[in-house]
Design a protein around this ligand. Structure first.
Ligand code: CS2
Ligand code: MN
Length: 359
């Protein structure tokens, strides 16, 4: 597994690349051009500069998270072909700088949803949390305003201002898209871009919906074993694959993560792994935790073992961390707790590897 770390880019992230380099075992940066409006082609000169910058710190730039999908594609509008072409042009430029994997999602309007960005845990650290009741009673616009207040001046990944401008109108438009139509729209996108993913040797890795159930009446389909298999079958190219995010899929207690990893990993369809832990509360409620098994509800040993057993040699990153040691930063994306996560995951791997090989 190649260890990686999400970094939001110059002027967008308060963590210096130098610090990321100092995390033991770090191989690649996971980043994006977060300021380019969705649907526009990412300029090659900016990508070259970004790559040089990352490489100067001894790190690779192999993974992009995310090239977001324009809503017209998700809605299946006539204008979608233009945006699919822009996606392909961006892929071409990413190929030129040697990118190997693109992580993206197909969630309508909103990306991930939490109802609290800074819940204080017993040890005084802060973590993101989700309360089902709050999403049922709140207007999505108000949730957005609430998130903004708590996000410390950073635009949240997936909650970028350009995406949210027309949130209510957007949500309205999905009333006319059935779930079957939504699946058709995914297939149309995949059939348009996957031939170019093959040509440019870039693996596409869809991120599961987070949390993995419908919110605000919007279809959310990348949620469980059956739907993931359905997604993979829409286009059978090995370039059409997954980001296996343990925290997202794990929020549904019925998702047996080690078994999902074994199933899709042995099909060679997992290209990127997000590893993090969450703690279940009542019903669908949960909060995020430190990565260790003992801190949450997921068994990280079994998860890492499953990746190991299927011979997963793709990219992995610690996902959301807590805010600890007084750090201020992007919710979920501070340095310290994610660095602890990166080292913990590598510790598990070393132990599993040595025990498997009888050393
Ligand atoms: C990420 C998402 O921060 C997160 O929760 O997992 O923003 C992720 O980048 C997208 O869903 C993938 O496009
Ligand atoms: Mn994730």
């Amino acid at each position: 597994m190649k260890m990686s770390f999400r970094w939001f880019g110059e002027g967008q992230d308060n963590i210096p690349l130098q610090y990321i380099r100092q995390i033991p075992g770090m191989y690649s940066i996971v980043t994006s051009l977060i300021d380019i409006p969705v649907g526009e082609v990412w300029p090659i000169d900016r990508l070259k500069t970004l790559k040089e910058k990352v490489n100067a710190y001894g790190l690779h730039l192999d993974v992009i998270e995310s090239v977001n999908i324009h809503e017209d594609i998700k809605l299946g509008l006539k204008t979608r072909d233009r945006y699919i072409q822009a996606y392909i042009d961006t892929m071409k430029n990413l190929h030129e700088i040697g990118v190997k994997v693109i992580c993206y999602n197909f969630m309508p309007v909103l990306d991930w949803v939490r109802t609290e960005l800074e819940r204080k845990l017993e040890d005084g650290s802060y973590a993101m949390a989700y309360k089902e009741e709050d999403t049922v009673k709140i207007d999505p616009k108000d949730l957005n305003a609430q998130m903004e207040k708590q996000s410390g001046g950073f635009s949240l990944p997936g909650w970028e201002p350009d995406r949210l401008k027309e949130m209510s109108t957007m949500i309205e438009k999905y009333k006319y898209v059935s779930e079957q139509q939504y699946w058709n729209n995914i297939k149309y996108f995949l059939d348009g871009v996957i031939p170019y993913a093959e040509k440019y040797d870039i693996k596409l890795a869809i991120h599961p919906d987070d949390p993995p159930w419908p919110i605000f009446g919007l279809p959310r389909v990348i949620t469980n074993r059956q739907n993931i298999q359905r997604f993979l079958d829409l286009n059978k190219s090995p370039y059409n694959g997954l980001t296996l995010c343990t925290g997202s899929l794990g929020a549904n207690r019925e998702n047996d993560l080690p078994s999902l990893i074994r199933e899709f990993g042995s099909q060679g369809r997992i290209h990127f792994a997000h590893i993090r832990n969450i703690k279940y509360q009542d019903g669908r409620d949960f909060h995020e935790t430190a990565h260790l098994s003992q801190c949450g509800s997921l068994d990280m040993f079994e998860i890492v073992k499953a990746f190991y057993d299927v011979g997963f040699d793709g990219y992995v990153r610690p996902d959301h961390g807590r805010m600890i040691w007084g750090e201020k930063g992007r919710p979920g994306y501070g340095l310290y707790d994610r660095a602890l996560g990166a080292v913990y995951i590598q510790g598990l791997l070393e132990a599993i590897d040595k025990m498997t090989n009888g050393r």
